[in-house]
Design a protein around this ligand. Sequence first.
Ligand code: SAM
Length: 354
Amino acid sequence: MTPWHDPALLARLARVRAPWDALTARVVRAAVARFVPPGLLVEVGAGGGQLRAWLPPDRAADTTHTDTSAPFLDVLRADYPDAAVALAPVTALPFADGALAGVLGLCVLDALPDAAAARDEFRRVLRPGGVVLHVLDLATSPGGAFAELIARGEFPLPNFARDPGVLEALTDAQRALLPAADDFDEVLAVPWAAYSRFAGMWAAARHPLAADVLAYADPADAAALDPDALAQRFMHFRNNPDRLRVLYRALLGLTLTARQLGRDWPLRGLSLRAHLRDRLTRTFAGGFEVVFAGPVLAREPAAGENVLRHAGKTVPGAAALPAATAVDEWDGPAAPPTGAWRATTVEVFAARRA
Ligand SMILES: C[S@@+](CC[C@H](N)C(=O)[O-])C[C@H]1O[C@@H](n2cnc3c(N)ncnc32)[C@H](O)[C@@H]1O
């Protein structure tokens, strides 16, 4: 049994987000109440059943949970013996045409290679006026964005330009050479031609930082441009702070070398969530009306310092909240916290079948 098929491990992993559950649940419940009409629902890519825990009980009772992973669905069944569950891909849902009021998904649409095929199946099973509601509380799966960037000659690098450790080590003149990326941009996109030229130049010259850059992407290796493999490496670096710091240092060195040589090294900041938002908005333009697409913010009083959870990243000592719709606008005003707060953003997408 591989670790990924161990139901006990899966069940533990399914609960990893616990500290943020109350806030995320509030956003989910408010979004369901606001956008999803009454009637039968399907959840796609249900995994271990995290979304069910956040649904109001009457809506959970109307929901069938589907996934292609039998071990995940076993975990869901163990936790929710009354739940309706079906092993089914998003592209072949076990429902008659027009049978459903809603299609729900948590952290799924970003992970699908063909969102248009999923949209067509959602359109088939939804009745007119039925709604697709997708929520994303963690980091966005980067594969889809990477495929699009690579197809147009760009190459995604992790955003090293906003790392406090990197910024502290620079002179003002060096800092001025960095791109003006947003704190919430996870990616800096650079033309592949520029990346392969400079990384290749460092490799040929046996530059002391070359190996650190090549560990992320070696231009001599054709697999460097495989979006799925690259997405896995990107997540691996993001999940290993020590390795990420080493990569940041090397990418910074590459940037300063290119810029000080006066060579073309344009970097474009990109938020994976914003990219997904645009992709879903474009995809669902066919046969749906997009009724909401954007981040929704919930916060509550908390002891100690302000803590923001955004796109899978926890920012202690957060000075400001990102631009987002406040969930209070949907579920009634809550008293604003007077002292320190804990806040989270949830990316919400809702599209109504025409
Ligand atoms: C990132 S996980 C999210 C799981 C769960 N919704 C959660 O947030 O805890 C993505 C889920 O999509 C499922 N999945 C992947 N491809 C699928 C497909 N083509 N059809 C249905 N489910 C799929 C995976 O098995 C996995 O459970």
